[in-house]
Design a protein around this ligand. Structure first.
Ligand SMILES: Nc1nc2c(c(=O)[nH]1)N[C@H]1C(S)=C(S)[C@@H](COP(=O)(O)OP(=O)(O)OC[C@H]3O[C@@H](n4cnc5c(N)ncnc54)[C@H](O)[C@@H]3O)O[C@H]1N2
Ligand code: MOO
Length: 404
């Protein structure tokens, strides 16, 4: 039997074939989950001026001894700078976000003064820069505030907006086309005839890839005839998507036509059969610029191989670090030893105690979807890995929704 290819080798071979997508300029409001392709350089300092962090009175800290009486000479409101410098013995009413008048270097909060007419008496000492947000304390004009490769989250978007940019340079979303195979597949919602099964793979794979930044187009189901499959494959490859993902027909049955069909339409296949469980009969190849992943049809195998092999390629296409970070966490139950394939074992993340731990799901059937719905990710158990006892630390691959 042909040797199985180790997961890390297969991943490295895949990533060698990936070049990031072209760069485009997009509105900041559309940039959530997009990957920065160029550094973001601040157009302004933040704050742009020395501003007050409190509602109170701006003063010279040299005047800031408890008991000092100061003359209030006017108001410095946010957005309306004060029109003359502050002299010794004077203070100005200031609101949170207001620019400090020239000559002032500190703010006393209003709870720490008594006021009679325009006379303000300090009832606490005030130090230099107290309650002041100094110009540029967050970031300085022309500073690089974010580097390329950052996948933008909501906090990043606020930072970029504060730096004065309404647009960013991002990697284009890769196109990913999906094609299922199998005479037995019926769309959910339709009646099921004997021997048929609902086509479930696309419903999980489409959002999995979309969440990772792909523009996904589902080309439906090809029937198990080689010429029909070739026709469907040509259709799905016509617009030269960055990625084509097929499911099913990857194994050795007489009706498993994926390998010959891909070869017949001119695809170059890099490997076939991986030391991974589930998902051994995975194919990877190329036609022109399109990367082709032939995932197994079994629903769990398809979802796991999509997570382990397709998502890293999608991340690399959009300029991100391809590897998903693994967590090292304690088990709360024993784990059996592993065989010759790296095992992605379904597991739940236990969050009740405030400490994270991993509860293995012992279901190993490649078609068992209830256990997939229960799981938050996968214990990554190496080939021939030893049995593990409760309390041992293991590697856990969390899915994006694991901490919800
Ligand atoms: N003699 C051997 N048989 C098999 C081997 C082997 O090494 N020797 N490998 C097994 C492994 S491991 C896997 S995984 C499967 C992969 O098979 P295929 O990729 O050819 O998948 P199919 O036969 O097309 O389908 C398998 C199973 O999944 C159902 N399926 C397919 N597509 C969908 C879909 N879109 N939605 C829901 N379910 C789907 C299909 O009805 C089958 O039940 O091969 C083993 N066999
Ligand atoms: O690799 Mo198959 O996915 O074990 O059932």
């Amino acid at each position: 039997m042909q040797d199985l290819k180790p997961v890390d080798e297969a991943l490295a071979d895949i990533l060698k074939r990936v070049t990031p997508t072209a760069i485009e300029t997009i509105a900041l409001s559309d940039a959530l989950n997009r990957t920065l392709a160029e550094p973001v350089i601040a157009r302004t300092s933040q704050p742009p001026f020395n501003g007050s962090a409190m509602d109170g009175y701006a003063l010279k800290s040299a005047d800031g001894q408890s008991g000092t009486k100061l003359k209030n000479i006017g108001i410095a409101a946010a957005g309306t700078p004060f029109d003359r410098p502050l002299k010794s013995g004077e203070c100005a009413r200031i609101y949170t976000g207001g620019e400090l008048p020239e000559g002032a270097d500190s703010v006393i909060m209003q709870e720490k003064v008594t006021v009679e007419g325009d006379e303000v008496t300090l009832i606490d000492d005030v130090k230099e820069s107290q309650n002041v947000r100094l110009k540029g304390n967050d970031f300085a004009k022309d500073q690089t505030i974010l580097a390329p490769g950052k996948c933008l989250n909501p906090f990043d978007l606020s930072l970029i907006a504060a730096s004065g940019h309404g647009e960013v340079a991002a990697y284009q979303k890769p196109h990913l086309h999906l094609l299922a195979t199998g005479d037995e597949l019926v769309q959910p919602g339709q009646p099921l005839a004997p021997g048929q099964i609902y086509a479930s793979n696309g419903f999980g794979l489409t959002p999995l890839f979309a969440q990772a930044g792909a523009k996904v187009k589902d080309f439906g189901v090809a029937i198990d005839e080689q010429d029909k499959l070739e026709e469907k494959l040509r259709e799905a490859l016509k617009d030269e998507p960055e990625i084509l993902v097929t499911t099913g027909g990857a194994s050795v049955g007489d009706k498993d036509y994926m390998l010959p069909a891909l070869k017949a339409i001119g695809a170059e296949l890099d490997f076939w059969r991986i030391a991974v469980r589930p998902g051994k009969p995975l194919m990877f190849g190329r036609l022109g610029e399109t990367l082709i992943f032939g995932l197994p049809g079994n629903p769990v195998s398809a979802l796991v191989t999509a997570t382990v092999f397709v998502l890293p390629a999608l991340r690399a296409l959009t300029g991100q670090q391809p590897a998903a970070p693994l967590l090292t966490l304690p088990l709360i139950a024993d784990l059996p030893k592993n065989g010759p394939r790296q095992f992605y074992r379904r597991a739940r993340l236990i969050k009740d105690s405030g400490h994270l731990s991993v509860d293995p799901i012992l279901e190993t059937d490649s078609a068992h979807l209830s256990s997939m719905s229960l799981c938050d990710g996968f214990i990554v158990q190496p080939a021939f890995g030893d049995a593990q006892s409760s309390g041992n630390l293991i590697s856990f691959l969390p899915m994006p929704w694991a901490l919800r």
